[in-house]
Design a protein around this ligand. Structure first.
Ligand SMILES: Cc1cc2nc3c(=O)[nH]c(=O)nc-3n(C[C@H](O)[C@H](O)[C@H](O)COP(=O)(O)O)c2cc1C
Length: 187
């Protein structure tokens, strides 16, 4: 049976490069099913709202993650770190403490930037947060996409750089293997 991968994009921007990268994944690896899990309507985390299933957008968001075999985060870097909207979303997925949907969930991290350093600092913080949620972040491979403007077609806004396409394809293929490894670990 094909794996179901949830994709969470850490940018709410309509013309987001990271959303564009996320959108290119299904055609690169078509052996999996994908669901884009929006974080746009989540309220700011407030423990006073976090009882039973939480507010409706939180309930739907948690259910969407629950149904996946693994989560890919595709995110920009803001001020040398994790974008606030993404941290907020990961916090909502980290409770209730004993039954949170990220516990033992395979996770991968990808990031794109017009800058030179490929979201390294943001990805460090995303990994740190995911570690705290007890999800299993794929350890070995990293997917840093720098100078994204040079790697897309400016008219179609599609990822055209062959090397990046190949790396991305390999990353997602490895992530599918990582899901299998984690599922064996979870048995
Ligand atoms: C508030 C803010 C802070 C930013 N800080 C960084 C940064 O630390 N490192 C970086 O590579 N790009 C930084 N950028 C530039 C983003 O990488 C760029 O806006 C990118 O296009 C955002 O991702 P998106 O296209 O997916 O929305 C920053 C942008 C904003 C708006």
């Amino acid at each position: 049976m094909s794996k179901r991968i949830g994709i969470i994009v850490g940018s709410l921007r309509e013309s987001s490069f990271n959303q564009m990268i996320a959108n290119s994944i299904p055609e690169l690896v078509d052996s999996a099913e994908y669901e884009y899990i929006s974080i746009a309507n989540l309220p700011l985390y407030n423990a006073d709202l976090d009882h039973e299933e939480g507010p409706d957008p939180v309930k739907h968001y948690r259910e969407a993650i629950e149904k996946t075999d693994g989560i890919l985060i595709v995110s920009p870097e803001y001020n040398s770190g994790i974008p606030g909207v993404l941290k907020n979303a990961l916090d909502w997925a980290s409770t209730p403490t004993k039954t949170a949907v990220l516990i033992h969930k395979p996770a991968g991290v990808i990031g794109a930037t017009p800058g030179a350093k490929g979201t390294i600092l943001s990805q460090q913080q995303i990994r740190q947060t995911l570690d705290a949620t007890l999800s299993y972040v794929m350890p070995a491979q990293k997917m840093y996409i720098s100078q994204i403007m040079d790697k897309i077609d400016s008219d179609t806004r599609k990822l055209t750089d062959d090397t990046t396409r190949k790396y991305l394809q390999r990353y997602v293929q490895s992530f599918l293997q990582w899901i299998n490894q984690v599922q064996r670990l979870n048995e």
